[in-house]
Design a protein around this ligand. Structure first.
Ligand code: ATP
Length: 323
């Protein structure tokens, strides 16, 4: 391998810039040429590709978003689109790709790598923390801290007015942001997709003692279709428990922005360096993960296909502490 291309794809996440910097610098350190590919797979298909030097990634470690931009690219889901992408790789003599993104982006990488025999390394870049085989993903810690800031503020007003707040957080079909956000913010409950078919989480929360000893309650709800979102629960409370004064806050895209935390910058840097190491070792088609604070290689199929389990211990912690 003499040169690599790097791209960010799917939803953006704080820390992606730190990852771009790490991949670029580590590649150059190891004697490889680096190409920045703009707008995810779109730039690979439309040839928005530029050689990156060390200076191209100066002064970006602290910035949210991604300097490479990101996009969703329909063409790349077709064989013709991917063939065009491969042509552009050949044109620039790019031998391998580092893809920073979520499960969709890594699915695309897996298919592309198989079709054209291109070594691809994935970095888990998503605030959702929904990739299997890694304890955490780039952006997750920052999003969690953003949620915490917001919920702390909601708590002030919730307490003043003795209200029940449903706060909707991101996470797609994963409840990590909602559950850990609830624990960290001292919220009363979290409604998460993982348990949506198991129990009626609203009933559970009400029975557990809403308002027995409290002047306000905050419940974090994961945005997933499986939960129905915060509005759904607010409507239910209005109908079933009209005595409660209910409010809804949907945090939305503010969860995707902001300066990455130290934790996200460090894992992004470690994973970026590991991606180049992996390529030099002849690894291909793996996602770089962190397990028990050690770098691990997770085959794409495993990272994407498996549902990442929610640790019951966390559920218990929230339950015990919200009496
Ligand atoms: P996030 O989880 O933050 O939304 P993501 O990586 O899962 O990020 P997606 O929109 O699912 O985001 O995927 C990003 C891009 O990856 C798509 O726009 C498409 O170009 C490519 N992609 C996704 N699935 C496939 C697939 N099955 N085949 C080829 N390419 C795919």
């Amino acid at each position: 391998i003499k040169s690599i291309g790097i791209l960010t794809s799917g939803g953006d996440a704080p820390g992606m810039n730190a990852a771009i910097r790490a991949v670029t610098r580590s590649a150059i350190y190891n004697g490889l040429k680096v190409y920045g590919i703009y707008r995810g797979y779109k730039g690979l298909v439309t040839d928005e590709i530029q050689e990156f030097k060390s200076q191209n990634v100066s002064n970006i470690i602290q910035m949210g978003g991604t300097i490479l931009k990101t996009a969703r690219c329909k063409e790349f889901t077709t064989p013709e689109g991917r063939a065009q992408a491969y042509e552009n790789m050949k044109k620039h003599e790019i031998d391998a790709l580092v893809i920073i993104g979520g499960d969709g982006s890594l699915t695309g990488a897996r298919i592309f790598a198989q079709e054209f025999d291109v070594p691809c390394i994935g970095l888990p870049g998503t605030i959702d923390n929904d990739l299997y085989g890694t304890d955490t993903t780039i952006g997750y810690d920052t999003a969690l801290n953003t949620i915490l800031d917001a919920v702390d503020k909601i708590r002030d007003t919730a307490t003043s007015h003795e209200r029940l707040f449903f706060v909707e957080v991101m996470g797609r079909d994963a409840g990590f942001l909602a559950l850990n956000g609830a624990i960290a913010a001292g919220a009363e409950a979290a409604i998460i997709p993982e348990f949506s078919t198991e129990v009626d989480q609203l009933e559970e929360f009400i029975e557990h003692g809403f308002r027995k000893s409290k002047s306000s309650s905050i419940v974090l709800v994961a945005e997933s279709e499986l939960t129905g979102g915060a509005m759904h629960y607010a409507e239910r409370v209005k109908n079933e428990y009209p005595q409660y004064d209910v409010r809804v806050t949907i945090l939305g895209h503010l969860q995707r922005g902001g300066r990455p935390t130290a934790h996200d910058r460090i894992i992004a840097s470690r994973m970026g360096v590991a991606s180049i190491q992996a390529l030099l070792e002849g690894q291909r088609n793996v996602m770089i993960g962190i397990d028990d604070d050690k770098i691990v290689y997770v085959p794409f199929v495993k990272a994407i296909k498996n549902d990442k389990p929610i640790d019951r211990e966390l559920v218990n912690v929230l339950h015990e502490l919200s009496i």
